[in-house]
Design a protein around this ligand. Sequence first.
Ligand code: ZN
Length: 191
Amino acid sequence: MKQEEVLKLFEETQALLNGHFELRSGLHSNQFFQCALVLQYPRIAGQLCEALVEKMKAELADMEVDTVIAPAMGGITIGHDVARALGVRFIFVEKEDNELKLRRFKIKEGERFVIAEDVVTRGGRVQETIDIVNENGGVVAAIGILVNRSGGKAEFEAPLVSLLEIEPVTYDPSDCPLCKEGLNLIHPGSK
Ligand code: ZN
């Protein structure tokens, strides 16, 4: 899938909006991104995950993996679809006492993993998931994410492949060029 086609799917589902937005942080931005909105549509989500797996196979020499693991909640549908595309098992880690934990599943010694996630900004949840795999004797072969918002700053011990890279441009409201243009300010959601 070409980059323009990927972008189009995010725009058509309103997951990616262009305009003049007030973010929850109070900063203004020319873009608003809400990944859950593209994942409302299982067929589109499935297509995106297949495209991610194709890209991982093209970019990485060794995609021999046993299992996909994802951090709940955001990563669950992605992990499920990535595992389906790879034809392997899927498990997840989940929050308990504000920390990700492996609660329901077992990891075998030497089991090889792809970590799947929807969006990475700083990469904390991916790193927590890597630590859990390592602590349980598994091996992280690769990390596959739908959208990388880190501007290249998220780096891990295993190779990272992202389907789309979008870096938010934010402005202080007192010095926002979109305000100066007089563009209508949108408050996405009611958060
Ligand atoms: Zn503004």
